[in-house]
Write a protein that binds this ligand. Structure first.
Ligand code: GLY
Ligand code: MN
Ligand code: MN
Length: 440
């Protein structure tokens, strides 16, 4: 018997919690399929976040079946050992070693799933599965239920309800445990180091892709497996394209560089944006816009604490930005009118954050019964206000094409909050000092 992984206890505890919510039901959670890029070349494999949250198991072609009730049981279906395939693709646990290492009660070859599921669903009240995302999966789950219905005359009852297994898991994933927070702190450190390195290396004449490569190198050098999302490395006017991922342009003296990049470490995302001058010194207009966005971010982060509603950090950021847009001459009129008519949206058109965890835009509802939910210790959110000034009538020339976003990852704590991405500098003096030191 193999030694269980240290994290197996964490995943066993999560399965036990979910099983307690199932009553006499059965949860079925598959991992993600492998995806072909072209012919026999695959995209890099990434497991399903719900499956991984419950198992810690990273191989494709696996399904967790969790049986609730008085004797809960967790059953893994996974690939069998295969000497030939392991020559080509590497080690596979196989059911026996997976069972021992990851703490399941039983494990079977994934080829046996269709044959075994009707037995596992017999006399169960509900199936907890996520339907609607993949028609083939939906048909398979319904096929298992129909197979149980087909046994009615032998006295077997089929499940009467199908419930979305993501709903309880979303709530569980929203409050991070210590295991998750340890990884998220490390991910924040690694990404912070990558942003610092990018600031130190950026010069006029360098290219966006060169800086992107440096970020990726730092992620991997520090042990992170991948970027948590495609990095945005956007010089000058490219920063005003919110989802710019070409990262193909040269960096010009006098422009700003906006970098939105974070690594994924053992499944957990970080998500950091910093904006800094390509030549190491903010111009007057750049600094004015930057200081405004920073003030909005500081105001929003100050609003992060237990008991406040999800929307309060956003409202704090919007209020600061809207007043700033008026003060800079970007908008006319009084603050009340700008807020009411939402004319600030010309320069700030996205929301101020999202949940962060296994997914960069992580699981969890933002409203409960139509009301913004309250923040609680263990939640992690991003705080990422910005200002994107496209040339337009009435926009002072000096501000045209300036795009700034500042994004941190913030944990709600009992006392208030903890910034997980604090190692990436964001004060003007700190950024300029770091860049100056790298040039000396
Ligand atoms: N990097 C994705 C986001 O900031 O939401
Ligand atoms: Mn974000
Ligand atoms: Mn981001």
């Amino acid at each position: 018997m193999q030694t269980p992984l240290p994290s197996a206890a964490v995943h066993v505890a999560r399965r036990t919690r979910l099983a307690a919510m199932l009553g006499n039901g059965v949860a079925i959670v598959p991992t993600a399929p492998e995806r072909i890029r072209n012919r026999d070349a695959h995209y890099p494999y990434r497991f399903d976040s719900y499956f991984y949250y419950l198992t810690g198991f990273r191989e494709p072609e696996a399904v967790l079946v969790l049986i609730g009730g008085v004797t809960p049981q967790s059953v893994l279906f996974c690939r069998e050992k295969n000497a030939e395939r392991e020559i080509w693709d590497g080690y596979r646990y196989g059911p026996e070693a997976a069972c021992a290492t990851f703490g399941f009660d039983a494990a079977h070859p994934v080829e046996e799933l269709d044959a075994r599921m009707p037995d596992l669903l017999a006399d169960r009240l509900a199936v907890h599965a996520h339907l609607g995302a993949d028609a083939a999966w939906d048909a398979r789950v319904l096929g298992w239920i129909n197979a149980v219905r087909g046994r009615a005359r032998s006295g077997v009852a089929a499940p009467q309800e199908i419930r979305d297994v993501h709903a309880p898991l979303d709530e569980m994933r929203l409050i991070k445990d210590e295991h998750e927070l340890t990884l998220m702190r490390q991910a924040g450190e690694i990404s912070g180091a990558a942003h610092r390195r990018a600031m130190q290396a950026t010069r006029p004449g360098a290219t966006e892709y060169e800086i992107e490569a440096m970020l990726q190198h730092e992620f991997r050098r520090c042990g992170a497996q991948a970027p948590a999302y495609t990095p945005i490395v956007a010089g000058g006017a490219n920063a005003c394209v919110l989802h710019y991922i070409d990262n193909s342009a040269p960096l010009s003296d006098g422009d700003l560089l906006l970098i939105d990049a974070g690594c994924e470490l053992d499944g957990y995302a970080s998500d950091i944006t910093r904006t800094f001058p390509v030549n190491g010194r903010f111009s007057g207009p750049q600094r004015a816009v930057y200081e405004l966005v920073l003030a909005a971010q500081v105001a929003a982060i100050a609003a992060v604490r237990p008991g406040v509603c999800w929307n309060e950090p956003h409202d704090a950021a919007v209020k600061t930005l809207a007043q700033g847009f008026i003060d800079l001459g970007l908008l006319q009129g009084a603050l009340d009118g700008v807020l009411e008519q939402e004319s600030y949206r010309q320069f700030y058109m996205h929301r101020t954050g999202h949940w962060l965890g296994l997914d960069v835009h992580d699981a969890g509802e933002y409203k409960i019964g139509g009301v913004w939910r309250e923040l609680h210790p263990g939640m992690v959110l991003t705080v990422e206000p910005g200002c994107y000034i496209r040339p337009a009538p009435g926009v002072p020339e000096a501000f045209a094409n300036i795009g700034v976003r500042i994004e941190d990852d913030v944990l709600v704590t009992a006392q208030g909050h903890e910034i997980l991405s604090a190692s990436a500098p964001k004060d003007v003096t700190d950024i300029e000092a770091l860049m100056r030191a790298a040039r000396d």
